[in-house]
Structures are given as C-alpha cells and as structure tokens.
Design a protein around this ligand. Structure first.
Ligand code: UD1
Ligand code: MG
Length: 454
C-alpha cells in the first residue's frame, strides 16, 4: 500500500515573513536546507513519486536539488496553498498522496505513516495532522464536530477571538485521495478571505464529513518555519534531540547549549565534546576523542583517541591519537597520520602527513607528502604556487626541516635529510644529506663602534 503513494511538497511560497532574498525552503538548519528535511521525512514511506511545487526562487530551488528524484512543477504566481496543489494535479498519479509544506522540517516519518494508516482505515478523502502548541499563534485552527470529525480549518487571519482560542492547529500536512471529489473541491475554492488566497485548508469544510484529523502529541515535531525566530527555534529543537541521541550512545556533551551537531554526524563512545563544538556535514568522530573547546569540523573524519581543540577542519582526515591545535587549520585533502601533532597556527591543505610527524608552530604545508616521523620546524612554508600552477613537495621519513625554511616546489627532501634553519630550498636534497640554502653570516669586528664615531 505504501508504495502506491505520491508526495506533493509545497515549496513555491515567497516566505515573506523571512524577509529574505533566498527562497524559504533553502534556509538551512545545521547546514541542511529545510526542504531536505522534508524529503528525508517522506523517504521511509517509499513514495512512488515526489513532486515539489516551486515558484518563488524556483531556479535556485531546482539547482540546489538537481539530480535528485523529484518532479518539479511550477506555480508561477503564488496565489495560495490551494492554488499550489492545483498546479500539481497533473503530476499526481498514485491513488493516494501526501501533501506537506516545505517549511515543517522536524516532522517524523512515524507521524506520516500513522496519518496514512488512519486515513485509509477511516475511508476519508482528506486527513490532516494536527497538534496543540503552547502558543497556537498564526497557525490555522482546527474545528471538530461533536463526534471529533474535523469540519473546518480557520486561518488565524480570518478567525474570531473565540476561534483563536482553539488550541488544536493545522500542521499543513495532509493525506488525500486522488479522487474526482477532491479535485472538484480544489477547483471550487474561493479566495474571498483575509489574505486573498486560495487556502488549501478550505478543503476540510468542502469535504466534511469525509475528513479525519490525527492529533500528534509532540508539538515540537510539527513546528512550522515562517520567520527567522521560527528558524532558530527549529534548529534548537533539533540540536537538543541530536545531543540527546549522542548522550544515549555514550558521548559526553559538556555544554549542550554550545554544541552544534548536524543530523548526519557520527560520534563514537567515550568521546568528549567540549564547549563550542561545531560538527557539520558528513563528519565522523570515532571513540575516546576529545573535541573542543572551540572546534569547527565539516566533512571530516577523526579516528580513535585524537584530540582537536581551537581548530578548523574542512574535509580533513585525522589519524588515531593525533593532536590538532590549538589554532590549526586543516583544509580539504589534509590527511594526518597516527599520533602526529599539528599545532599552533599550522595550516595543512591537500597533504599526506605521516605517522608521528610534528609540525608544532607556524607552518604552511600544502600539496605535500611528509614521511613518518619527520619534524617540521616553526615557520616552514611549502611554496606550492608559482602564480600559475600548484606543485608538490615531498619530505622523506624522519627528515628534519629547520625553522623558517621555504621549500620551493616542486622539490624533494630525502629520507633522514636535514635542512638548516632559514634555508630556501630550490633543489632536491638527497637522503641523509645536510642542506643549507642561506647566505653565510658575516662578522665585522667593532664595526658598530666605528659607525658611531667612537
Ligand atoms: C499554513 C496553513 C496553516 C497551517 C500552517 C502550518 C494554509 C492556508 N495555511 O499556513 O493552516 O497551520 O501552514 O505550518 O494552508 N506555498 C506555495 N504556494 C503558495 C503559498 C504557499 O507553494 O502560493 C507553500 C509555501 O512555500 C510553504 C507552504 O506552502 O512551504 C505553506 O505556506 P505558508 O505561507 O508557510 O503557510 P502558513 O501561513 O504557514
Ligand atoms: Mg508556514
């Protein structure tokens, strides 16, 4: 039954209350756009087809979701949610379909499954998910008859004070039959209301009593995002849930208030997340790591027992037991070997750093390969860019690069070689050699005295 279901997501609205140039459904929480959350929520129902109605910023929305299994339909003028569904009519093929707004990111798949089940068992033409938030604010109020069958939804803008006092509100999520009666009612909607829009919500009165409402008990699940305030609230709700899930899995989160952890992030047992952790994208942290204070990681992998503090990692890989920071920046393609140390003000990009390498201070290592156990002195710079192309630097196992060395790539320093401090290395250094690439110091005895005329 479930796979004979289509899904229609209404995502054409202007999002006026966001006051934004960006379409509302592309606003992110924890780095992921609102629409993506809705797409994920419907996935477990294995819909036959997912249809997205786009209008305001349609090109941007299509681009952001290019290559995804979504049928886009246009709503050129945003005349209301009822009008939006009219635009999708031609794309709906399954005998039954769900309608969801693009701005309800936290809806759980279980709520959708239950809605579909109850809808089918009641033989309704339209069923909706409702909830009772602390503050029913701008949501549509749900009116039920004595038997509990929903007979109308009244939008807040159109509601009398008595109706505004109703606590049960519309989530904007519906299950509908792909039936003549439904489409006829949709075509017959009027826009004679406070907002001059075709309200999808008017279908309830039109189809009553073949309607059903499922009151979902956790209002947080059905929070709609209409303003920047709603956006922040939804993110906070999600953050609390993610922290709770990690805590159950054996992760210490020292300060949940400053832990920003995306929904796809994985964290292993006995890892401690200190205050000010920002873990986004596909970041994976293994067991018994110490992350933070202040660590920003996106799409990065950290193996067992590593420590990362006051640092930024983007697309980086950190081996077991390595120590990163304070103030390190690991950029895409940085692969740090087991037990290595990347410390104060060191930047690494597209570089393979071997096991046990030490780069403790003020260095730039880009487009490089550094053998196990090498020592990178303070102020070492790989000069990887000649203004046109990037070139590689190779540093052999156990090599010692003296402080303030410029390695002008392409260049290779052999295994066990030593480079004297302050060198500019433009030619390859053979294994175990000493290379000095600096001018010889000159001493002029008593020169200073003479200069002073003494
Ligand atoms: C809507 C419901 C309200 C419900 C609330 C739940 C209506 C009239 N009201 O109000 O009862 O309590 O959701 O969150 O349906 N959209 C279009 N085309 C349009 C207008 C809107 O695609 O012409 C899309 C929007 O992009 C959005 C969704 O429909 O994703 C809902 O629109 P929105 O303006 O947010 O409606 P609400 O005021 O939240
Ligand atoms: Mg809304």
């Amino acid at each position: 039954m479930e796979n004979s279901l289509d899904v229609v997501i209404l995502a054409a609205g202007k999002g006026t209350r966001m006051r934004s140039q960006r379409p509302k459904v592309l606003h992110p929480i924890l780095g992921i756009p609102l629409l993506e959350y809705v797409l994920r929520a419907v996935r477990p129902l294995s819909p036959r087809r997912v249809i997205a109605v786009v209008g305001h910023g349609a090109d941007e929305v299509r681009k952001a979701f290019a290559g995804r299994d979504i049928v886009f339909v246009d709503q050129r003028e945003q005349l209301g949610t009822g009008h939006a569904l009219r635009c999708a009519r031609g794309a709906v093929g399954a005998p039954r379909f769900l309608v969801l707004p693009g701005d309800v990111p936290l809806v759980p798949p279980d709520a959708l499954k239950r809605l579909v089940r109850e809808h089918a068992s009641r033989g309704a033409i339209l069923s909706l998910l409702t909830f009772s938030p602390e503050d029913p604010g701008g949501y549509g109020r749900v009116l039920r008859d004595e038997a509990g069958v929903p007979r109308a939804i009244v939008e807040a803008a159109d509601a009398s004070p008595e109706i505004l006092a109703v606590r049960e509100v519309n989530s904007g999520i519906y299950c509908m039959e792909n039936a003549r009666e439904l489409w006829d009612a949709l075509e017959a909607l009027s826009n004679a209301n406070a907002q001059g829009e075709y309200y999808l919500t008017d279908l309830v009165a039109a189809l009553y009593p073949r309607t059903h409402a499922l009151l979902w008990d956790d209002p947080a699940d059905l929070t709609g995002v209409n303003t920047r305030g709603d956006l922040a609230r939804a993110e906070w709700l999600l953050r609390k849930r993610i922290v709770a899930r990690l805590q159950e899995a054996g992760v210490t989160v020292v300060d949940p208030h400053t832990a920003y952890i995306g929904p796809d992030v994985v964290v292993g047992e006995d890892t401690v997340l200190h205050p000010g952790v920002f873990l986004y994208g596909r970041t994976e942290i293994a067991a018994a790591c110490e992350i933070g204070p202040q660590a920003y990681l996106v799409d990065s992998v950290v193996e067992d027992g590593a420590r990362i503090w006051f640092s930024v990692l983007e697309g980086a890989h950190v081996g077991a037991g390595a120590r990163i920071g304070p103030y390190a920046h690991l950029r895409p393609g940085a692969r740090i070997g087991r037990g290595a140390r990347i410390g104060n003000f060191v930047e690494v990009k597209n570089a393979e750093i071997g096991e046990g390498v030490r780069a403790g201070h003020l260095a730039y290592i880009g487009d490089a390969e550094v053998g196990a156990g090498a020592n990178i002195g303070a102020g070492t710079i790989t000069c990887n860019y000649d203004g046109i192309r990037k070139h590689r630097t190779v540093i052999g196992r156990g090599a010692f690069i003296g402080s303030n060395t410029a390695l002008v790539a392409p260049v290779t320093v052999g295994e066990g070689a030593i480079v004297g401090a302050g060198s500019v290395i433009t030619e390859d250094v053979p294994p175990y050699a000493l290379a000095l690439g600096r001018s010889r110091q000159v001493i002029k005895p008593d020169w200073a005295k003479k200069k002073g005329g003494a």
